[in-house]
Design a protein around this ligand. Structure first.
Ligand code: HH2
Length: 264
């Protein structure tokens, strides 16, 4: 199944993890994650993205068995109701999730193109500089937009050569990037769109929004995660306006309504 691109899609996030940066621990059991996924479907998610390993800055890796235990029952329960992507970098988890009904690999390390081709599923290639455990330690680029575009262009080429039919690209907001890098990528998102593949953007509740907004009580420091809804909605709308085809969000209803109004 390939998504038609006649309107912007909303990918809702279901993190079956104890440590995700915004919803970690809330959905730590498969039952809680399934219930949340169903809510996101009711709120209008076009795709639900199920992940069993946090990739927030500093996150510790999760072993394969644990990731399988977290992800597979949730994919199985949601796949009859909505298109499901699996947020994983592990081949075995990708295979098991597809066997359970997932039809897209959301690949933050952009390395599973051969498996996507073999399984005949969609593939999201995201840019990340380094690894989550250290990626926010002094990230450096000479030209962040150019380097991210070069990386995604290369991934597009390898995916096409491998025979992946449905390829998405994602600049990887927050993955080895400072606030200035993230803002620059959003400002120049048209260059990512110009690569010619549909673009996914994930800004939802991320730290750069907290840094831009600051605390609402006037004290020093970033806006906490729960105060980033408006920034998340605003950047989702910005991304679609510049040409993104999908936004990856936690707050599905608010973002879906916002992009729907702007699309009119
Ligand atoms: N961001 C996160 C995880 N996966 N995938 C894509 N394609 N694009 C993104 O921007 C992206 C992603 C991080 O957000 P979240 O899933 O909420 O947090 P965590 O990694 O801590 O589980």
């Amino acid at each position: 199944m390939v998504l038609s691109l006649d309107r912007v899609r909303v990918m809702g996030v279901v993190n079956v993890t104890p440590d995700s940066f915004s919803d970690g621990g809330r959905l730590a059991t498969p039952a809680a994650a399934i219930a949340h996924g169903r809510e996101l479907v009711e709120e209008g998610a076009d795709i639900v993205d199920v992940g069993g390993e946090s990739t927030r800055p500093g996150a510790a890796p999760v072993d394969e068995g644990e990731e399988l235990r977290r992800v597979v029952p949730v994919v199985e329960a949601l796949a009859p109701h909505v298109r499901v992507s699996v947020d994983t970098s592990k081949a075995a988890v990708a295979r098991a999730a597809v066997a359970a009904g997932a039809t897209m690999l959301n690949d933050v390390r952009a390395s599973l193109h051969e498996i996507a081709a073999e399984l005949g599923v969609g593939w999201v290639a995201m840019h990340m500089a380094g690894e989550p455990s250290t990626m926010q330690v002094d990230p450096h680029y000479d030209d962040v937009v150019g380097e991210v575009c070069d990386f995604l262009r290369d991934r597009l080429a390898v995916a096409r050569a491998a025979g992946v039919e449905e390829v998405w690209v994602d600049p990887g907001i927050g993955f080895g990037k400072t606030t200035a890098h993230n803002l620059s990528l959003l400002r120049h998102l048209d260059q990512v769109v110009a690569l010619g593949a549909p673009v996914v953007v994930g800004t939802s509740r991320k730290a750069f929004l907290g840094a831009v907004l600051g605390r609402s009580d006037g004290l020093d420091g970033p806006a906490p995660v729960d105060d980033r809804l408006e920034g998340s909605v605003a950047t989702a709308v910005w991304a679609m306006t510049v040409g993104a085809a999908m936004v990856r969000v936690h707050d599905v209803l608010a973002c879906r309504q916002a992009v729907a109004v702007v699309a009119e």
